[in-house]
Design a protein around this ligand. Structure first.
Ligand code: CA
Length: 228
């Protein structure tokens, strides 16, 4: 079930119709507090969440919902710079779309997010044990999807986690933004390379700026910290 949180009835209606036509169950709510309640009582598989809402805003909704249970969140923002700001704050959304967006694009992103959640479930099943990635004081456990640095647990969103695992599994290898989009977000097109930059910022803010190197004009590489 997908919960659509949007106070603009035309947009909410259009999203709900399109998702229903694709076979998803959909509920819509138009304000922040109702969204937190609905997320708790309906246990949706995914939230489409507008930032500007009456009552409490989308950021606060995201925090409250995630504090109760991890659920993928696709956030709708009014401007690109707003997206950068939100990622910098570490709000915990998994993907962002700037209005206006096409329904086709929204659907593609929702499908990609749900696919990733499914994949994560398969990977974390007991017969799929993977070795933790250890790089200096950083430990990434793909099975429990937990990350610690210097023994301190760091909370990453599902997207941030997948991004770090992909980069860290090939240290010092430069990954292009297009490659990261394709692998982590499941998008074949490069229209969202900005999304990659925003999430890298979020990861650096949480893990420390020293682990991921920017290769200007190309992409990013994981640089393990060596203890010597
Ligand atoms: Ca709004």
């Amino acid at each position: 079930m997908i919960l659509v949180v949007e106070d603009e009835p035309t947009i909410a209606g259009a999203i709900a119709r399109r998702l229903s036509a694709e076979g998803y169950q959909v509920q819509t709510v138009g304000d922040g507090l109702a969204a937190v309640e609905a997320a708790s009582s309906l246990q949706p598989d995914l939230l489409v969440l507008d930032v500007m809402l009456p009552g409490i805003d989308g950021l606060e909704v995201c925090r409250r919902v995630q504090a109760e249970r991890p659920v993928p969140v696709l956030m709708l923002t009014a401007r690109d710079d707003e997206t950068d700001k939100l990622v910098g704050l570490g709000v915990g959304a998994d993907d962002y779309m700037t209005k206006p967006f096409s329904m086709r694009e929204l659907l593609a992103r929702i499908k990609a997010l749900l696919r990733r959640v499914e994949r994560a479930k398969v990977l974390s099943s007991p017969n799929n044990e993977e070795d933790p990635i250890v790089a200096g004081d950083l430990v990434i456990d793909p099975n429990s999807r937990r990350v610690t640095r210097g023994g301190q647990e760091i909370h990453l969103t599902p997207t941030e986690f997948d991004l770090v695992v992909f980069l860290a599994s090939s240290p010092r290898t430069v990954r292009t933004r297009e490659k990261l989009l394709e692998h982590v977000w499941d998008w074949a097109d490069a229209s969202g390379t900005r999304t990659v930059d925003s999430h890298i910022k979020g990861v650096r803010r949480k893990l420390g700026a020293d682990l991921i190197r920017t290769v200007h004009g190309v992409g990013y590489a994981f640089e393990p910290v060596e203890d010597d």
